[in-house]
Ligand binder design. Structure first.
Ligand code: HEC
Length: 242
């Protein structure tokens, strides 16, 4: 008798605990999104421009794609933030910063009439390519610690692209634009032109047509067991120079 009573009691206690735990889980699920959804937190994490360090998620632009598409006029506007210190005209004067006509593709610290910082001079054998300019303009002191360019940086990628495109044109021999990365284009919609989709009833294939197993689908089925790589001759040309 007693043990039955106790069992009942335990049973209720257990049920209560389970209910509380369950309630917690449910409530937690409801509440959690509300809390983390508050704008401040998430945005701050995403935008922190702190590091040029390992965790930066920003992908380098594909210069072969973005430079031809860049808005150099917009870049000129961005460059108005640089003009207190830089003249872009050919033969222009040094200001606080060096005259930078032709800087895209030039070596670092290449203007012989300007007194660069030691850290910039130390990079004198390095070219100002697209990536280097991008990093430098994003965060000058991060990219070239010790630089005397006192400029916070252009945080917007598109601003940097546009201003680099603008700078690039101000040169006797504008730096070559690399070939764009091959990107699989979005699949063109229409598989074939003439033959409309068989609407269920089509039974007799047009007389001249090839056996046409399936009109639209199955793009690249290699016929008769042809091996994928036909010529076993060439091993991949592994970087010759290095
Ligand atoms: C407050 C002045 C100032 C501003 C604003 C400024 N710069 Fe500079 N910039 C400098 C100085 C000074 C140097 C030389 C840095 C050194 O020697 O470390 C420099 C160097 C450079 C260089 C390298 C030049 C070379 O010959 O190696 C480039 C490129 C450059 N700046 C581009 C820009 C662009 C683009 C902007 C605007 C988005 C800009 N700067 C804004 C002062 C400035």
């Amino acid at each position: 008798m007693d043990s039955y009573e106790w069992n009942k009691v335990f049973g209720w206690v257990l049920a209560t605990v389970l209910a509380i735990v369950g309630l917690n889980i449910v409530v937690g699920k409801w509440m959690a999104p509300h809390q983390s959804g508050k704008p401040g937190m998430a945005v701050e994490v995403a935008e922190t421009p702190d590091s040029s360090g390992p965790v930066v998620a920003e992908v380098k632009p594909d210069w072969g794609t973005v430079i031809p598409a860049a808005d150099a006029a917009a870049g000129e506007k961005v460059f108005s933030r640089c003009t207190t210190c830089h003249d872009i005209a050919k033969g222009g004067p040094n200001k606080v910063g060096p005259a930078i006509y032709g800087v895209v593709g030039a070596k670092h610290a290449s203007n012989p009439t300007f007194t660069y910082s030691g850290s910039m001079k130390a990079l004198a054998d390095k070219t100002w390519g697209y990536d280097e300019l991008d990093s430098f303009l994003k965060n000058p002191k991060g990219a070239v610690p010790g630089t005397k360019m006192s400029f916070a940086g252009l945080s917007k990628q598109q601003d940097r692209i546009n201003v680099i495109a603008f700078l690039r044109t101000h040169s006797d021999s504008p730096l070559a634009i690399p070939a764009p990365n091959p990107v699989a284009p979005p699949a063109p919609a229409a598989p074939t032109d003439g033959a409309a989709e068989p609407a269920g009833e089509v039974q007799a294939p047009p007389p001249g047509a090839a056996p046409a197993a399936t009109p639209g689908a199955t793009p690249a089925a290699p016929p008769t067991g042809a091996p994928a790589a036909p010529a076993p001759a060439q091993p991949a040309p592994a970087a010759p120079g290095h």
